[in-house]
Design a protein around this ligand. Structure first.
Ligand code: ZN
Length: 136
């Protein structure tokens, strides 16, 4: 597959309200978007660091994947997202190389991106997201 850059790093937090001041007041980054992604049961807050974003994820439902992650492992880095040119092709390539897919077909993510996750069992424990900006 053809990865151009790290699109974002997803970080699970208990509370955006508590987390955002650290990113703004200590690290000096500006939160430019807060968005709820209902089907993923999260509220997200975004910061830009060069061309890479930081995506803070607050659970809106303890049964959602972020709710369960925090319950099991606490707050912290949740996933790494790579920008790819052809997400369908990238998924097919990963599957053909015996990587387990969470999403067999891409779906809508935050910020209008088309996204799909690779299973951490196949990626040495790093939940990996592929993203394509189809609006470009
Ligand atoms: Zn993400």
């Amino acid at each position: 597959m053809n990865i151009s850059h790290i699109e974002h790093i997803g970080i699970a937090v208990k509370s955006l309200e508590t987390a955002i001041p650290y990113w703004e007041n200590v690290l000096g980054l500006k939160c430019y978007n807060i968005e709820e992604v209902k089907d993923q049961k999260v509220k997200t807050a975004f910061f830009k660091v060069g061309q890479t974003k930081i995506e803070l994820l607050e659970s809106t439902d303890p049964e959602g994947s972020i709710g369960k992650f925090i319950e099991k492992r606490g707050e912290g880095v949740h996933h790494v997202a790579f920008a790819v040119e052809n997400i369908e092709g990238a998924l097919a390539e990963a599957e053909s190389k015996d990587v387990k897919l969470i999403d067999k077909t891409p779906r809508k993510g935050a910020e209008g991106l088309t996204i799909a996750f690779l299973h951490p069992k196949s990626t040495m424990g790093v939940l990996t997201e592929l993203c394509e900006d189809k609006n470009k």
